[in-house]
Design a protein around this ligand. Structure first.
Ligand SMILES: O=C(O)CCC(=O)C(=O)O
Length: 282
């Protein structure tokens, strides 16, 4: 188990996010990047979400971590042990997504909390978090993640549709912007940021000539098993793998990726839009 220091734990509780520079080494991230760039299925399964300005951000989303390189990232000890420490016990894989912010056209993400969606999927407590792993350098220019430091303390905020995306209530956002520091989370390839599911976050359009791709692995505490079926899995034990598996599997490429449970265009659209699953047209 990779133990975080007391200070790191307190920082996460206090700020709602924690950055891990170089959590993944160059070799690991190059393997991931190359796999993603060559992955026709990822390309095929990707779909767009319009932001408030009508610009589209592309993503691909899947429910099971699988045995391929994406799964090795999502299941490796150096990430999952941290998640378990921060969420106070066993976690399982809730889903992963590849955010494909393409040069010059990659759209924005509006201010939201992930729990703004996940609450509606039957998760009773905000015992959930995500890890964003940078494949490319994430800068202000290419639309890096922005967070409102400490905003997770406000608890869940109502979400309404903005473009194709469910965004947090604008009135609250206006106040939050006055009360919390806005942090641009600049990352180098291989850096990761773990953020609490109630942390308000967004990102700008990519106006640069450089791509900003990131793998985001999302986890739920095992003790927070959703009370109902939804588009994301109920408790499914996560089988952790040694960190060395990333390289081993990455070199084999797509050979054993298995069924990751892609969320196709329609389901993916519903997840991103969903304020209440029942309200959304299929
Ligand atoms: O990639 C981004 O800029 C934002 C992603 C996001 O909002 C999320 O994963 O919840």
């Amino acid at each position: 188990m990779t133990l975080l220091s007391k200070n790191q734990e307190e920082e996460f509780q206090d700020q709602g996010f924690l950055i891990f520079p170089k959590l993944f080494n160059n070799e690991e991230i190059q393997l991931l990047k190359q796999t993603a760039a060559d992955d026709r299925e990822l390309e095929k399964q990707s779909f767009g979400r319009k932001d408030a300005n009508g610009t589209t951000v592309r993503l691909a989303l899947w429910n099971q971590p699988g045995d391929g390189i994406y799964g090795m990232f999502a299941r490796c000890n150096k990430l999952v042990d941290k998640m378990e420490q921060l969420l106070g016990g066993e976690v399982y894989h809730y889903h992963s997504k590849m955010i494909l912010k393409d040069p010059e056209i990659g759209g924005a993400w509006e201010w939201h909390q992930d729990y703004g969606y996940w609450y509606n999927f039957g998760c009773l407590q905000p015992l959930m978090a995500s890890a964003m792993i940078a494949l490319d350098a994430a800068t202000k220019e290419n639309g890096c993640l922005q967070v409102l430091k400490g905003s997770h303390h406000w608890g869940r905020i109502d979400h309404t549709l903005t473009g194709d995306q469910a965004g947090a209530d604008q009135e609250r956002i206006d106040v939050a912007l006055q009360r919390f520091d806005r942090i641009h989370v600049k990352l180098e390839p291989g850096d990761a940021v773990i953020f609490h599911c109630n942390l308000l976050h967004r990102s700008d359009q990519n106006r640069s000539k450089k791509a900003r791709w990131a793998l985001v692995c999302c986890y739920n505490a095992a003790r927070n098993n959703p009370y109902k079926e939804s588009l994301h899995p109920t408790y499914t034990p996560l089988i952790k793998v040694p960190d060395s598996s990333i390289k081993e599997v990455g070199i084999r490429r797509f050979a054993e990726s298995g069924d990751v449970g892609w969320m196709g265009k329609n389901q993916g659209r519903n997840i991103q839009k969903s304020i209440d699953v029942k309200q959304v047209d299929v």
